[in-house]
Write a protein that binds this ligand. Structure first.
Ligand SMILES: *Cc1c(COP(=O)(O)O)cnc(C)c1O
Length: 463
């Protein structure tokens, strides 16, 4: 399998190459040259299989010959057999006649990011050893990527990780999950700015090729293709549980960087019968607006009860735009140049129509988020975290008359956003046992201004 850049000017790489590279050198994102497909019989054969076995079927075609079947199998067994605390790995919970919640928070850091990052940590190990080099991971987090990436790489000899988070804009549990990891290869940096500022710093560091090469920079954000790929799997496991390929399903996905929902788009392109994908956003609604008007325009970021979606620049949207343009790298380049210069670009009518045929969108404010949490708890006894609640509401608004099952992705455990949950339902579920003393552990982090030069010299100085 070969991977190409959405801007058409970067070197073509294999799976090992894209995993270690992250952002393409032309500023674009890597995507597979063509999307592999599974037949209805192959999808039917997944019924009753373990998460890890289904993962093998879904992921294998993307890996090419970068790993042997035995290597890939054992990595998947380790990842999904041991790191997750539910025997189904990604269990479905029924909350209404046609409504389901897909719980993606049974991994070590209690958010869906573990699905990809636990596996990515293992890819880094194998590929860096093969090339005999140590890696520097530089990432930006709106909360959950950071802890999942740190958990996946802590204590590894050949990996240093620098994780940026927007100062005072992540929840206490989110911050402590990062800053209480005091292994020497982990550096937590609070940036005086927003998540978009953190993400822009990371992108700028990647675009400085001299810096990038001098420290072997690698990405863990969802610009890294391997993350999107790993997330495709739970669309298959959940849809197959509810009757795919003989019945289609729809998903509502709490969305920030467009990585998780883009994985659903890939699952559909691989042959999974997905009817609609709902982009569920909080008041940071750039994507909902884009689907309404065709104009992708950044605005200022609002702090909300669902901070992991407080994002106005959704990196992975570029991967969709690439497909909407008929995979025209130079057109994507001109859109992104327009975005860099003027803060916006406009899809043409045909592109917008293509996007609307599959994607619906709904924006949910904080007051509604709280009332949905309350209502769901009162009706079913289910405690949803605020991100999941945004998804539940968007599903109600966009898919009320759906005849196919409606699955909302539960992207985080309610305990991660305890303050909001308490406000909605009057109490917070307990921290799981492995994290019971989280609020007492020692923290370690540094604070830096929103400045590229300062950041690069800090990273060069090492951990
Ligand atoms: C990261 C995250 C999201 C957004 O996912 P994207 O892939 O960035 O769209 C939603 N909810 C939670 C809890 C998250 O951690």
């Amino acid at each position: 399998m070969k991977y190409i850049s959405t801007r058409g000017q970067a070197e073509v790489l294999d799976f090992e190459g894209v995993t270690l590279t992250g952002l393409a050198r032309d500023g674009g994102l890597y995507v597979p040259e063509s999307i592999p497909t599974l037949t209805a019989d192959e999808i039917r054969s997944m019924r009753g299989k373990s998460y890890s076995d289904i993962a093998f079927q879904v992921i294998k075609p993307f890996i090419g010959d970068c790993l042997t079947d035995a290597e890939l199998k054992s990595m998947l067994d380790e990842t999904y057999g041991t790191a997750f605390r539910h025997p189904a790995v990604a269990p479905l919970v029924q909350t209404g006649a046609n409504d389901w919640i897909l719980e993606l928070f049974h991994g070590p850091t209690l958010a869906f990011k573990d699905f990809a990052l636990q596996l990515l940590g293992r890819f880094f190990d194998v590929f860096s050893a093969r090339r005999d080099r140590s890696l520097t991971i530089l990432g930006a987090t709106s909360g959950d990527t950071g802890s999942a990436a740190i958990e996946a790489t802590r204590g590894r000899d050949n990996v240093k990780i620098f994780m940026l988070h927007p100062k005072d804009r992540v929840s206490d549990v989110q911050r402590r999950q990062m800053t209480t990891v005091i292994e020497p290869n982990v550096v937590n940096i609070a940036v005086e700015g927003t998540f978009d500022d953190c993400q822009a710093l990371v992108k700028a560091a990647f675009n400085n090729h001299e810096f990038r090469d001098s420290v072997n920079l690698t990405a863990v954000n969802s610009i890294n293709w391997a993350r999107v790929m790993a997330q495709v799997v739970y669309y298959f496991t959940s849809a197959v549980s509810l009757g795919a390929p003989d019945r289609s399903v729809s998903y509502s996905v709490p969305t920030g960087n467009f990585g998780d929902i883009f994985a659903g788009y890939i699952a559909r392109a691989m042959g999974l019968p997905i009817d609609k994908l709902v982009v569920a956003t909080n008041s940071n609604d750039i994507l909902a607006k884009t689907l309404q008007t065709g104009t992708y325009a950044s605005g200022s970021v609002n702090a909300t009860l669902s901070p992991s979606m407080d994002i106005q620049v959704s990196s992975n949207f570029e991967r969709l735009v690439f497909d909407l343009t008929g995979r025209d790298g130079s057109k994507v380049q001109s859109y992104m140049d327009g975005f860099a210069a003027e803060g916006q670009f406009k899809l043409d009518a045909a592109e917008l129509e293509k996007a609307r045929a599959l994607f619906l969108a709904h924006q949910v404010d904080d007051a509604t988020t709280l009332s949905v949490m309350q209502d769901l708890y009162a009706r079913t006894g289910y405690s949803a975290d605020p991100h999941t609640a945004v998804g539940v509401k968007a599903a109600q608004e966009c898919l009320a008359s759906s005849t196919s099952p409606v699955i909302t992705l539960a992207t985080a455990h309610p305990v991660k956003f305890g303050a909001a949950v308490e406000k909605a339902i009057g109490h917070v579920p307990a921290l799981p046992e492995h994290m019971a003393d989280l609020m007492e552990r020692e923290e370690r982090m540094e604070t830096l201004p929103n400045d590229l030069e300062t950041l690069m010299s800090r990273v060069k100085a090492g951990s």
